[in-house]
Unconditional design. Structure first.
Length: 274
């Protein structure tokens, strides 16, 4: 595929994503259409055949291309949030099933947590928990750890609480609509996970530095290059505060993971990373 074809395909996806997101009305009536659109888009951003054309387009650094990338990222993040609402509404309405997008994300979680230790004594904070809190349910069920999720979307938090009540009865999971730097649990967390579609995640990482444990491990989900069309990309950090300890790159998954520890502890492997 050439650069012109890739650009046309990006324009097409932007239209499809906008249209699908615009149909959300608080019910699951249009969930099938969005599953199809987001599933196609997920396959597109993980297709290695587009890498060369993407590299050439990105290298041109045209303002129009930059705007298109930003719009695609914002619309796909919006659709991912709505997809979780649809999945929650379907579950709470008695439905079952899993879309390809969720299969990809869930398999990503399986791989992600092989890179640092979580035990029953871990205290895990997820920033951007969404309406269908897959990560809290996965961690709490597999490890018995305490997990707190935060989200700025009131509807998402309420739906997420209902999903946890239905699927995670007895698990130590709490969902809150509280800014992460105002949350008391932030000071207790041994592990912090940032969802890949949180636009200000690196700003939040900077802000929580002084209010987190010295041994905290941060998993920053992100997507670079073509994957940045569905995720907010990796950014530089203040190396006086944070050090990149490891990266988990998974070409077939929607997002990759960057693992950070506090700078003064980066010389040791004793902070929970292996």
């Amino acid at each position: 595929m050439g650069t012109t074809d890739l650009r046309l395909l990006m324009d097409e996806y932007l239209g499809r994503l906008r249209e699908s997101a615009g149909r959300y009305d608080g019910t699951a009536r249009h969930s099938g259409d969005m599953e199809h659109v987001v599933g196609d888009y997920s396959a597109f951003v993980t297709d290695a055949r587009h890498h060369d054309s993407w590299t050439r387009l990105a290298g041109e650094s045209s303002p129009d291309f930059t705007r298109l990338v930003a719009e695609l990222r914002a619309q796909s993040a919006r659709c991912a949030a709505i997809m979780e609402k649809y999945r929650a509404l379907n579950l709470l309405g008695g439905g079952t099933g899993s879309a390809g997008y969720f299969d990809n994300v869930e398999s990503g979680i399986e791989v992600e947590f092989g890179t640092f230790r979580l035990t029953s004594s871990s205290r895990v904070l997820l920033v951007g928990s969404g309406s269908f809190p897959m990560t809290p349910l996965y961690i709490a069920e597999r490890t018995g750890a305490c997990v707190v999720g935060v989200d700025i979307d009131e509807e998402a938090v309420e739906l997420g609480r209902q999903v946890v009540k239905k699927l995670g009865s007895g698990l130590d999971i709490r969902l809150e609509r509280v800014p992460v730097d105002d949350l008391a649990f932030t000071r207790e967390a041994s592990h912090v996970i940032f969802s890949s579609t949180v636009a200000v995640k690196y700003e939040l990482l900077h802000r929580i530095h002084s209010s987190t444990r010295d041994d905290v491990v941060v998993a920053m989900r992100h997507g670079d290059h073509l994957k940045s069309l569905f995720n907010y990309p990796m950014e530089e950090v203040d190396d006086r505060k944070w050090k990149l300890a490891d990266r988990v790159l998974r070409p077939e998954h929607i997002f990759d993971v960057a693992l950070y520890v506090k700078a003064r502890l980066s010389h040791t492997r004793g902070s929970g990373i292996r």
